[in-house]
Design a protein around this ligand. Structure first.
Ligand SMILES: Cc1ncc(C[n+]2csc(CCOP(=O)(O)OP(=O)(O)O)c2C)c(N)n1
Ligand code: SF4
Ligand SMILES: [Mg+2]
Length: 442
């Protein structure tokens, strides 16, 4: 139990609610507060994720953490928050409108059984924008967008979660006395939990359709959509399942060996962008990965973007690498500091980039590729004959070695370690020999 449990989870300084008189949203929030009190949760371990709409105003009424994002996307944010920190209790507050706009997210969260609790404030229309019809609007209803009566089949939100494997699914109304208890059950369930809570938008849906509490219950009966717990499975939630899979995995050591811990030092004080431009089969992207890995092993940040056509073994192959003493927040390169033209296909592909380069930048070019429309310094890519059987075949790794030597931003041994760390044994053996020959002959 937490050291300090509040007397209420409602942020009273923000009351009264910004809802119209008679709107059920406040009632559901009251039930959520009661449920949190039942559970005696530490407010700092609860995250309320709100969708858009009148329901989206709700997070500010709670003393817990809050996240408010785009319409229909709240379940994805909640899933991400839970994945990142499985100790948090994550509750989504979403309207029927949000469930329609983000329907794909809803059914996939149910399938994944990700451990979040979704409270659907289902008032049968878009409240906030003036009462347009939503996916749950009953047939023949009058709304701002269905003046002659809605002709769409209403979506069964609880039913959708149910058939898609949601761990805990219930249908309720905002007036149910036991709503706090059902919310508590849902939040305690290990896995995806959804409560389809039927309620009243007094400003629009109620006013236009003469639809009060009694009519809502009558509609529930007529649709044979029973209230109560509809599904409670024993299937473990995604986070529990993932943890177990990770523990059982035979690849534990392999996964650990992929961690790139800082082993070497670097004096780099500003980002440097490098573009390797070659052709399919030249292992251009592998060379880019080696540079980025070696930089990471030297305590730097690195990003790599690979670009190649959908075809295999033909066409260009380009690797864009940024190495930086700070996190790389944008991995695109507009004007490279260094470009290495390894093959004609790559040279053509990056024409737009080389054109942007000026005398502060350097273009290294392989034999026959020196004609470049660019203000950058141009230096031929020359390697001593005899260091490897075929310079042409190994030009990418040789270029990476040359760049490490020329730029001097991390030690050469970091490149060797990168080869050992990320390449398959046979490939690594060949590349380590190439690097050894390169060092001997430099
Ligand atoms: C993608 C997108 N489409 C439309 C809107 C405009 N919009 C804002 S609130 C809202 C209606 C919300 O209805 P609902 O989710 O049912 O919540 P309620 O207002 O009924 O609580 C709409 C359509 C939006 N913000 N984003
Ligand atoms: S418009 Fe409807 S949903 Fe929004 S606050 Fe008013 S009654 Fe509630
Ligand atoms: Mg609504």
């Amino acid at each position: 139990m937490p050291e300090i449990v509040p007397e209420t989870y409602i942020a009273e300084q923000n009351l009264p609610y910004d809802f119209c008189p008679g709107c059920s949203h406040g009632q559901i929030l009251g039930a959520l507060n009661k449920s949190l009190l039942q559970q005696q949760l530490d407010p700092s371990e609860v995250v309320i994720v709100t969708d858009i709409g009148c329901v989206g105003l709700s997070d500010k009424y709670f003393v817990t953490h809050a996240f408010h994002g785009l319409h229909g996307r709240s379940i994805t944010y909640a899933s991400g928050i839970k994945m990142q920190n499985p100790n948090l209790k994550v509750v989504v507050l979403i309207g029927d409108g949000g469930c329609g706009i983000g329907g794909h997210h809803l059914l996939n969260a149910a399938r994944t059984n990700t451990d979040v609790t979704v409270l659907v404030f289902n008032n049968f229309n878009f409240g906030m924008t003036g009462g347009q019809h939503s996916v749950t609007t009953p047939l023949n209803s009058i709304t701002a967008t269905t003046a002659l009566g809605s002709s769409d089949a209403p979506m069964d939100i609880a039913g959708t979660a149910q058939v898609n494997g949601g761990g805990f699914v219930a249908r309720a109304t905002a007036f149910d006395k036991d709503l706090p208890d059902v919310i508590t059950k849902a939040m305690k369930h290990d896995g995806f939990a959804l409560l389809d809570i039927w309620e009243l938008c007094t400003a629009y849906y109620v006013a236009r359709n003469d639809f009060g509490r009694k009519e809502m219950l009558g509609y529930m009966d007529s649709m044979q959509m029973k209230s109560g717990i509809l599904q409670e499975t024993k299937r473990p939630g995604f986070q529990t399942r993932y943890k177990a899979l990770k523990q059982q995995s035979k690849n534990q050591d392999k996964l650990k060996s992929l961690l790139l811990e800082t082993k070497y030092a670097s004096t780099l004080d500003k980002p440097i962008s490098i573009v390797l431009a070659g052709a399919a089969g030249q292992k251009v992207v592998s060379a880019g990965n080696l540079l980025a890995t070696a930089a990471t092993l030297s305590g730097l940040w690195a990003s790599i973007r690979a670009d190649f056509p959908i075809t295999i073994q033909t066409g260009f192959s380009v690797a864009e690498i940024i190495i930086s003493p700070e996190p790389v927040l944008y991995s695109g390169i507009i004007k490279p500091d260094i470009a290495a033209l390894i093959a004609a296909e790559g040279k053509t592909k990056i024409t737009r980039l080389t054109k942007e380069m000026d005398q502060a930048d350097t273009i290294y070019f392989a034999a026959g590729l020196g004609e470049v429309d660019s203000g950058a310094k141009k230096i031929p890519l020359l390697f001593p004959e005899g260091i490897v059987k075929s310079i042409k075949k190994n030009i990418s790794i040789l270029t990476a070695a040359m760049l490490v030597q020329e730029l001097d931003i991390f030690p050469f041994k970091a490149l060797r370690e990168a080869v050992r760390k990320i390449q398959k044994t046979k490939v690594a053996e060949i590349n380590l020999e190439i690097l050894a020959n390169f060092e001997e002959n430099k």
